[in-house]
Ligand binder design. Structure first.
Ligand SMILES: NC(=O)c1ccc[n+]([C@@H]2O[C@H](COP(=O)([O-])OP(=O)(O)OC[C@H]3O[C@@H](n4cnc5c(N)ncnc54)[C@H](OP(=O)(O)O)[C@@H]3O)[C@@H](O)[C@H]2O)c1
Length: 244
C-alpha cells in the first residue's frame, strides 16, 4: 500500500477478528481494534511488531449507548477507510423459546452495529474516495440452521447491507462485501466441535474444520487495492460445505 490507512476491526478480541487484524497489520494497515470484554495484548504486540499503529475501542454492541464513544474514538484514530465487522454472538435456540432480548441483541450486534459503524465512517470514506468494508457473515445466513433463525436472519441482513451500500458507494471506490465462514475452530464453536468433529469433517468436502486464518486470508484479499472491482458479494469460506 502506498499510503498508510486505518482499519477498524470489531471483535478483534475474538479469533477471527484477531486473525484479520494480524493479516491487515502485515498488509500495511494501522488498526483500531474493538473488544467487549478484554483487549488482547499479545495481538497488540504482534501487530505493532508487524509495523502497525494499534488502538483499542471498547463497546458492547448489543447495547444502544456506544455511538458517542465510537465518534470520540474515530476523532482520535485518524481516517478509517477499512472496516471489518467480526463481532458476533452465536445462535439463540429454537424459535419457540427465543426471548425478545435475544432477538434484539442478535440483530443489534450483526446488523444495527454494522450500519451505525459504516454510517459514522461514511463521511471519511466518501471523501477519501476509497473504502473497504467486510462484514463477517455466516454460511448459516445462506443455508439456515435449526436453532439459529434470528442469527440466520441477521447474517442475511448483512448481505442486504453490502448490496445496498454497493449501490450507494461503489462509484466512490468503496467496496462492501460479506465473507461467510462455515465451521471455524474458535471459542464460539469449541463445544460443538468437541462433540461432533468427526461427523462435521465427513460432511465438509475439504474434510477439515476451518481455521481463523482461512477467513482472514479472504478478508485480507478483499481489503486490497486490487480487489476494488469486487463489491456486493458474499464469499463463503467453508471448505465447500455450502456452495453458491
Ligand atoms: N466460528 C465459526 O465457526 C463462525 C462461523 C460463521 C460465522 N462466524 C462469525 O464470525 C464472527 C467472529 O466469531 P469468532 O468465531 O471469531 O468468535 P469468538 O472468538 O467467540 O469472537 C467473538 C467476538 O465477538 C465479540 N462479541 C461478542 N458479543 C459481543 C457484543 N455483545 N458486543 C461486542 N462484541 C461482542 C467478542 O468480544 P469479547 O470476547 O471481547 O467479549 C469477540 O471479540 C462472528 O460474527 C460469528 O458469527 C463464526
Amino acid at each position: 500500500m502506498n499510503q498508510r490507512r486505518t482499519a477498524l476491526i470489531t471483535g478483534a478480541s475474538g479469533a477471527i477478528g484477531a486473525a484479520c487484524a494480524y493479516r491487515l497489520a502485515r498488509q500495511g494497515w494501522d488498526l483500531l481494534l474493538h473488544y467487549r470484554t478484554e483487549r488482547d495484548e499479545t495481538l497488540t504486540k504482534n501487530c505493532t511488531d508487524a509495523g502497525a499503529r494499534v488502538g483499542w475501542w471498547q463497546a458492547d454492541l448489543s447495547e444502544d449507548d456506544w455511538t458517542d464513544s465510537l465518534r470520540d474514538q474515530l476523532k482520535d484514530s485518524g481516517e478509517v477507510t477499512g472496516i471489518v465487522h467480526a463481532a458476533g454472538n452465536t445462535g439463540e435456540g429454537l424459535i419457540a423459546r427465543v426471548s425478545d432480548d435475544q432477538i434484539d441483541r442478535t440483530l443489534a450486534i450483526h446488523v444495527r452495529a454494522a450500519a451505525i459503524i459504516v454510517r459514522e465512517c461514511s463521511r471519511h470514506l466518501l471523501r477519501a474516495r476509497f473504502g473497504r468494508i467486510v462484514l463477517i457473515g455466516s454460511t448459516v445466513g445462506l443455508s439456515g440452521n435449526a436453532g439459529q433463525s434470528i442469527y440466520a436472519a441477521a447474517k442475511m441482513g448483512q448481505i442486504g447491507l453490502v448490496r445496498a451500500w454497493t449501490r450507494e458507494m461503489a462509484r466512490r471506490g468503496i467496496t462492501s462485501n460479506v465473507v461467510a465462514p462455515g465451521w471455524i475452530e474458535t471459542d464460539m464453536t469449541v463445544d460443538i466441535l468437541n462433540r461432533n468433529r468427526d461427523a462435521l469433517e465427513n460432511e465438509i468436502p475439504a474434510a477439515r474444520i476451518g481455521q481463523p486464518d482461512d477467513v482472514a486470508a479472504a478478508v485480507a484479499f478483499l481489503m486490497t487495492e486490487e480487489a476494488g472491482y469486487i463489491s456486493g458479494q458474499t464469499l463463503p469460506v467453508n471448505g465447500g460445505l455450502w456452495m453458491v
